[in-house]
Design a protein around this ligand. Structure first.
Ligand code: ADP
Length: 361
């Protein structure tokens, strides 16, 4: 029975000597039963655990305090070839005429860890694709936004050439040119800023969490999301509670959520005579909240049940990915994204909860 078990089974006595070592253990650790029986269980432990294991047992026998027995937890095992790998270990205990024995059941977690890593990679890729997609949707507006400073630059340069042709004295040409260069520089700086912002937004990189101000992150995201015609005639009311703690997040991913919420709000109010969007950033317990409320029609009732699922959209050009991805980003950060759908004359309100960073209040 022991040898047909899929999981590794090891029995040791209270000095750590291996009494039972089944077939699954042979595959897991590379030692045969012959190698292992009678040896100390330290042989399949990592250096860190090896030192401490005898003390674990004697501590338990002295105090009766259970750190692993009956609980089970993830530990590292050591293969004969020296590689270390993750295991789930649960330990039971039996009293026998020869003293106490401990029964360990071991499950190899390598495959599970590998698929967790793979899922995380896929999720990161999806988040990135959604950012590129958001940018694609904003493409026309971005082209327009960039075109403005470039057109202005062309005009200033033409004006400079004319000033050179026309001016009679060098001194007067210089004064005019200086002013023109100043203005041209400002415009090229503006174009550069826009490109920088786009690059930061779509850049493919590892997730990187650090403490940042949610207010600053939200302000930058809002400027970015406001590019284009949609933002015309919108009344913005922003409120930020003073002395907020930082949040521990990947700022680009949080900006992705906020860009998405702001674009949705802008689209929701687009049909209104008076367009109002209110944002509030405030503290709630050990979390910081960003909430955005618009005076649009509210969430269409037929969308509500699937709102945070992929492909739920009421827009002809929508992918319905924004909110699904936004919620999973929030949850990956230990936060949440919630909605009050509104309707009957009330617009939608979305609230993004993020954990405050340490005690950096
Ligand atoms: P998409 O914008 O591509 O449709 P989202 O996941 O961002 O994808 O949004 C899904 C749907 O939720 C939208 O199509 C829209 O019907 C609805 N929605 C989102 N935000 C609002 C809002 N502020 N007001 C009304 N409806 C909204």
């Amino acid at each position: 029975m022991l040898d047909t078990a899929v999981q590794g089974i090891i029995v040791i006595d209270q000095r750590g000597k291996i009494l039972v070592y089944n077939k699954a253990c042979e595959a897991m650790f590379g030692y045969t039963a012959e190698d292992a029986l009678g040896q100390n269980v330290r042989m399949i432990m990592t250096a860190a655990d090896r030192e401490a294991h005898d003390t674990y047992i004697s501590d338990y026998l002295d105090t009766g305090e259970r750190k692993i027995i009956g609980i089970g937890r993830a530990v590292e095992g050591r293969h004969k070839d020296g590689t270390e790998f993750p295991l789930e270990l649960s330990v039971g205990e039996a009293g026998t005429p020869d003293g106490r024995q401990f029964i360990g059941i071991l499950r190899d977690l390598r495959e599970q860890r590998a698929s967790e890593t793979r899922i995380k990679e896929l999720q990161d890729q999806l988040i990135h694709i959604a950012r590129v997609n958001a940018l694609d949707e904003m493409g026309a507006a971005l082209a327009h936004e960039l075109n403005q400073p470039l057109t202005a630059l062309t005009l200033y340069l033409q004006a400079g050439l004319r000033a050179l042709d026309r001016s009679s004295s060098e001194a007067s040409a210089q004064a005019v040119l200086r002013e023109i260069c100043d203005k041209a520089l400002r415009e090229s700086g503006r174009a550069g800023d826009i490109i920088q912002r786009i690059r930061r937004f779509v850049e493919k990189r590892e997730t990187e969490k650090r403490p940042v101000s949610l207010a600053t992150t939200a302000r930058e995201a809002t400027e970015f999301a406001n590019i284009g015609k949609l933002s015309q005639k919108v009344e913005w009311h922003g409120e930020v509670e003073p002395d907020l703690p930082d949040v521990l997040v990947d700022p680009v991913q949080i900006q992705q959520i906020i860009v998405n919420l702001v674009r949705n709000a802008l689209e929701a109010v687009a049909g209104k005579q008076r367009r109002i969007i209110r944002t509030r950033i405030f503290r709630s317990g050990d979390r910081v909240v960003y909430s955005i409320c618009d005076n649009g029609p509210g969430i269409a009732p037929e969308i509500i049940p699937d709102l945070f699922h992929a492909f739920a959209t009421s827009k002809s050009n929508g992918m319905g990915l924004g909110l699904a991805i936004s919620r999973s980003i929030a949850q990956n950060h230990g936060g949440e994204l919630e909605v009050e759908p509104g309707g009957n004359g009330r617009g939608a309100t979305f609230s993004l909860y993020l954990p405050a960073a340490g005690n950096s209040a």
